[in-house]
Design a protein around this ligand. Structure first.
Ligand SMILES: [Zn+2]
Length: 154
Protein backbone atom coordinates (compact mmCIF):
# COMPACT_ATOMS: atom_id res chain seq x y z
CA UNK A 1 0.00 0.00 0.00
CA UNK A 2 1.52 3.26 -1.03
CA UNK A 3 1.22 6.53 0.80
CA UNK A 4 -2.17 8.16 0.55
CA UNK A 5 -3.98 5.23 -1.09
CA UNK A 6 -6.79 4.05 1.13
CA UNK A 7 -6.98 0.31 1.76
CA UNK A 8 -10.14 -1.41 0.57
CA UNK A 9 -12.42 -2.59 3.35
CA UNK A 10 -12.60 -6.38 3.39
CA UNK A 11 -16.35 -6.49 3.99
CA UNK A 12 -17.69 -3.71 1.83
CA UNK A 13 -14.96 -3.15 -0.72
CA UNK A 14 -15.16 0.54 0.07
CA UNK A 15 -12.01 2.50 0.62
CA UNK A 16 -11.03 2.84 4.27
CA UNK A 17 -9.28 6.07 5.09
CA UNK A 18 -6.11 6.04 7.13
CA UNK A 19 -3.90 8.58 8.82
CA UNK A 20 -1.30 10.04 6.43
CA UNK A 21 1.25 10.15 9.25
CA UNK A 22 0.84 7.15 11.60
CA UNK A 23 -1.01 4.93 9.12
CA UNK A 24 -3.81 4.02 11.56
CA UNK A 25 -7.02 3.04 9.82
CA UNK A 26 -10.07 5.09 10.64
CA UNK A 27 -12.47 3.06 12.77
CA UNK A 28 -16.21 3.73 12.82
CA UNK A 29 -15.49 6.94 10.95
CA UNK A 30 -13.08 8.10 13.67
CA UNK A 31 -9.70 9.49 12.68
CA UNK A 32 -6.70 8.51 14.76
CA UNK A 33 -6.98 11.87 16.57
CA UNK A 34 -10.62 11.12 17.44
CA UNK A 35 -9.70 7.61 18.60
CA UNK A 36 -7.15 9.22 20.92
CA UNK A 37 -9.90 11.48 22.25
CA UNK A 38 -12.11 8.47 22.96
CA UNK A 39 -9.29 6.71 24.84
CA UNK A 40 -8.60 9.83 26.93
CA UNK A 41 -12.32 9.96 27.79
CA UNK A 42 -12.14 6.37 29.07
CA UNK A 43 -9.63 7.56 31.69
CA UNK A 44 -12.51 8.99 33.70
CA UNK A 45 -13.80 5.45 34.33
CA UNK A 46 -10.48 3.64 34.41
CA UNK A 47 -7.80 4.63 36.97
CA UNK A 48 -5.35 2.06 35.54
CA UNK A 49 -5.66 3.73 32.16
CA UNK A 50 -5.44 7.19 33.69
CA UNK A 51 -2.14 6.20 35.29
CA UNK A 52 -0.77 5.67 31.76
CA UNK A 53 -1.92 9.09 30.55
CA UNK A 54 1.59 10.33 29.79
CA UNK A 55 2.40 7.22 27.74
CA UNK A 56 -0.87 7.51 25.81
CA UNK A 57 -0.27 11.11 24.80
CA UNK A 58 3.48 10.70 24.27
CA UNK A 59 3.06 7.60 22.09
CA UNK A 60 0.52 9.45 19.99
CA UNK A 61 2.71 12.53 19.64
CA UNK A 62 5.82 10.52 18.80
CA UNK A 63 3.87 8.88 15.98
CA UNK A 64 2.83 12.35 14.75
CA UNK A 65 6.12 14.23 14.86
CA UNK A 66 5.54 16.69 11.97
CA UNK A 67 3.81 19.27 14.15
CA UNK A 68 6.64 19.56 16.68
CA UNK A 69 9.91 21.42 16.58
CA UNK A 70 13.01 19.22 16.63
CA UNK A 71 13.89 20.40 20.13
CA UNK A 72 10.43 19.63 21.52
CA UNK A 73 10.47 16.22 19.90
CA UNK A 74 13.89 15.38 21.28
CA UNK A 75 12.81 16.44 24.77
CA UNK A 76 9.62 14.41 24.60
CA UNK A 77 11.42 11.35 23.30
CA UNK A 78 14.06 11.51 26.02
CA UNK A 79 11.42 11.81 28.73
CA UNK A 80 9.38 8.99 27.21
CA UNK A 81 12.33 6.59 27.10
CA UNK A 82 13.41 7.57 30.61
CA UNK A 83 9.90 7.01 31.96
CA UNK A 84 9.68 3.56 30.36
CA UNK A 85 13.19 2.42 31.28
CA UNK A 86 13.68 3.99 34.68
CA UNK A 87 10.12 4.61 35.77
CA UNK A 88 10.59 8.36 36.22
CA UNK A 89 7.92 9.43 38.67
CA UNK A 90 4.78 10.87 37.18
CA UNK A 91 5.13 14.10 39.18
CA UNK A 92 8.57 14.68 37.68
CA UNK A 93 7.23 13.81 34.22
CA UNK A 94 4.36 16.29 34.68
CA UNK A 95 6.75 19.02 35.77
CA UNK A 96 9.00 18.50 32.77
CA UNK A 97 6.18 18.07 30.27
CA UNK A 98 4.82 21.33 31.63
CA UNK A 99 8.04 23.19 30.96
CA UNK A 100 8.27 21.48 27.55
CA UNK A 101 4.79 22.64 26.63
CA UNK A 102 4.84 26.17 27.96
CA UNK A 103 4.89 28.64 25.13
CA UNK A 104 3.38 26.63 22.32
CA UNK A 105 5.37 28.56 19.74
CA UNK A 106 8.50 26.83 20.95
CA UNK A 107 6.90 23.36 20.82
CA UNK A 108 4.80 23.46 17.67
CA UNK A 109 6.00 24.21 14.17
CA UNK A 110 4.03 26.73 12.16
CA UNK A 111 1.45 24.80 10.11
CA UNK A 112 3.00 25.71 6.78
CA UNK A 113 6.28 24.10 7.84
CA UNK A 114 4.77 20.76 8.82
CA UNK A 115 5.56 17.88 6.48
CA UNK A 116 3.83 14.72 7.68
CA UNK A 117 5.63 11.60 6.46
CA UNK A 118 3.86 8.25 6.53
CA UNK A 119 5.62 5.70 8.68
CA UNK A 120 4.44 2.16 9.34
CA UNK A 121 4.30 1.12 12.97
CA UNK A 122 3.66 -2.24 14.57
CA UNK A 123 1.01 -0.69 16.82
CA UNK A 124 -0.90 2.58 16.57
CA UNK A 125 -3.66 4.29 18.52
CA UNK A 126 -6.12 2.11 16.57
CA UNK A 127 -4.72 -0.99 18.33
CA UNK A 128 -5.48 0.61 21.69
CA UNK A 129 -8.90 1.85 20.64
CA UNK A 130 -9.84 -1.60 19.27
CA UNK A 131 -13.21 -0.58 17.84
CA UNK A 132 -14.25 1.07 21.09
CA UNK A 133 -13.59 -1.79 23.52
CA UNK A 134 -12.19 -0.10 26.61
CA UNK A 135 -11.49 -3.32 28.59
CA UNK A 136 -7.75 -3.86 29.01
CA UNK A 137 -6.87 -0.52 27.44
CA UNK A 138 -4.21 0.29 30.07
CA UNK A 139 -2.19 -2.80 29.12
CA UNK A 140 -2.62 -2.02 25.43
CA UNK A 141 -1.20 1.46 26.06
CA UNK A 142 1.86 -0.13 27.75
CA UNK A 143 2.33 -2.47 24.77
CA UNK A 144 1.91 0.42 22.34
CA UNK A 145 4.44 2.57 24.22
CA UNK A 146 6.99 -0.26 24.37
CA UNK A 147 6.64 -0.90 20.63
CA UNK A 148 7.08 2.82 19.88
CA UNK A 149 10.22 2.92 22.05
CA UNK A 150 11.66 -0.12 20.27
CA UNK A 151 10.86 1.15 16.80
CA UNK A 152 12.23 4.63 17.51
CA UNK A 153 15.55 3.12 18.56
CA UNK A 154 15.86 0.93 15.44
ZN1 LIG B 1 -2.35 9.21 12.92
Amino acid sequence: MSSGNPAPDQATGEAVASCPECGALHIDGLTCWEQLGAILAWEWQDPALQAQHFLTVASYNLQHPAQFTDAALAGLRALFVEHLEQGTGIAEVRRRVGSLAEGSRRVLKPERERRPVLRRWRLTVADVYQAGDSAGAAQRVRDWAESVREELSE
